[in-house]
Design a protein around this ligand. Structure first.
Ligand code: NAD
Length: 458
């Protein structure tokens, strides 16, 4: 059977299943979330092993940033779903009386979730939690570049959920393109900005709404008024976690000239503390996903390499690297790095930094390290980004009650917690009028009625 026929079959089955209405009951959704939680817990060791096989992801990182995120998000949805799914009564203007009005959240139908390879487990399942909580059927297409995780997600889902409810379609870009030919009720995509444009163009043919969780270059601004040791530790952690392959990793550092030297010393110390003298031998340091990415990243190793710069193609290893004296025009400053390379640009005047950031596509994340509230506030109010974390990095992703998403080139829409529920729901507005008091003022002939109506409307 060709994948095209298979995909159409799955979609037809899912449409029928959705129309039959089972997914609309809140009790059903709760039961599915509980089942998902149970099955994820049962497969903990396989999940961590798959991530190790795909990215050499250290067990600690796999547990904290993939496994536990999924469990946390399910728990949060279970705690709040009854409230989210409630019909919301709203007040209406006098002119509509007597009547009542409400907004009813309803599932969209059959949704498509396309995932990337860098956090291949949680970025396939986190959107699914929202889709289930909102009462949808879902097709998931995990990334082909994390095959162990992709197979495991397919296995876990197919063994525990009927295909007509949730289905995993594995495969590469060609499969993804075939999926995009079909009409879905929503497409939730996580991946690069370039692919995001292709997804949106394909979705437009069916007028399918999209959520695009994209990437970009997330700046990290470091003021003079900081705790230098903690700042360096947090930035080094966020940059070299998962070998820099994190959409919200600090892409580059903009540092006050006066403290640059000390900052670099501290970063070097942190790398040594985290990964020892030779990070290649550290069990806590991930690898680049594949040869294609490795070649791309290796080409970025140019300029004033202060720390690291070692590579080993056979092991897909790139050591934690810091490049000093980078300029805005350098190659490394043109696209998202997505690797363990930290360019450092020094500044004297923060206004120049803000101007430069504002000339570039809006980032997914922006980081500010400063104890100075005015400094923080100035950057917050004069720049735009998907999210911000002050005096740390990446943490803005970790709270289910904080919506996560990009803006401009870094994405459209958001998710996590209630935002996920909203993303996969349509709020149907309903006005329910009564038959009595059918005011004749609204009906033709209008002669003499407008002035009275104006008074009534205020
Ligand atoms: P990618 O865009 O290459 O691929 C993502 C998915 O899209 C994969 O499943 C792939 O099969 C599919 N795909 C690729 N090309 C396609 C095409 N032409 N037509 C249809 N489908 C296609 O992204 P990636 O390399 O897997 O992930 C890295 C990117 O994802 C980075 O830019 C990173 O910043 C971004 N990202 C963003 C977030 C976020 O939450 N905003 C999270 C993780 C990664």
């Amino acid at each position: 059977m060709s994948p095209q026929i298979l995909i159409s079959d799955v979609l037809r089955e899912q449409r029928q299943y959705f129309r039959a209405g089972a997914t609309k009951s809140v009790d059903f959704r709760i039961a599915q979330l509980q089942a998902l939680k149970q099955v994820v817990i049962e497969h903990e060791s396989e999940i961590l092993e798959a991530l190790k096989a795909d990215l050499n992801k250290p067990e600690f990182e796999a547990y904290t940033s993939e496994f536990s995120f999924v469990i946390q998000e399910i728990n949060y949805a279970l705690k709040n779903i009854k409230n989210w799914a409630k019909t919301k009564k709203v007040s209406i203007p006098l002119i509509l009386s007597p009547a009542s009005a409400q907004m009813i959240p309803e599932p969209l139908g059959v949704v498509l979730i396309i995932g990337p390879w860098n956090y291949p487990f949680q970025l396939s399942l986190l959107p699914l939690i929202g889709a289930i909580a909102s009462g949808n059927c879902a097709v998931i297409k995990p990334s082909e570049f994390a095959p162990h995780t992709s197979h495991l997600v397919a296995e876990i889902i197919s063994k525990n959920f009927p295909q007509e409810y949730i289905s995993v379609v594995e495969g590469d870009v060609e499969i993804s393109k075939q999926l995009l030919q079909e009409k879905f009720d929503h497409i939730f995509f996580t991946g690069s900005t370039a692919t995001g444009k292709i997804i949106m163009a394909a979705a437009a043919k069916h007028l399918t709404p999209v959520t695009l969780e994209l990437g970009g270059k997330s700046p990290c601004i470091v003021d003079k008024e900081i705790n230098l040791e903690v700042t360096a530790r947090r930035i080094a952690w966020g940059k070299f976690y998962n070998a820099g392959q994190t959409c919200i990793a600090p892409d580059y550092v903009l540092i006050n000239k006066d403290i640059k030297k000390e900052f670099l010393k501290n970063i070097e110390k942190c790398i040594q503390e985290f990964y020892g003298d030779n990070p290649k031998n550290s069990p806590d340091y991930a690898r680049i996903i594949n040869q294609r990415q490795f070649s791309r990243v290796a080409n970025l190793l140019q300029g004033d390499i202060r720390i690291g710069g070692e590579i080993n193609a056979d092991e897909l290893y790139i050591s934690p690297t810091v490049i000093d004296n980078v300029t805005w025009e350098d190659t490394i400053m043109q696209d998202e790095i997505f690797a363990p390379i930290l360019p450092v640009i020094e500044y004297v005047d923060i206004n120049d930094v803000i101007d430069k950031i504002n000339l570039r596509p809006k980032p997914l994340a922006l980081y500010i390290f400063s104890k100075n509230k005015k400094f923080q506030q100035k950057i917050l109010s004069e720049t735009s980004s998907g999210g911000v974390c002050i005096n740390d990095v990446i943490k803005q992703f970790s709270a289910s009650n904080l919506a996560f998403g990009g803006v401009g080139d870094s994405g459209i829409g958001s998710y996590h917690g209630k935002a996920s529920f909203d993303t996969f729901s349509h709020y149907k507005s309903v006005v329910n009028r009564k038959f009595f008091l059918d005011a004749s003022i609204l009906y033709a002939p209008y002669a003499g009625k407008l002035s009275l109506l104006k008074k009534l409307l205020g």
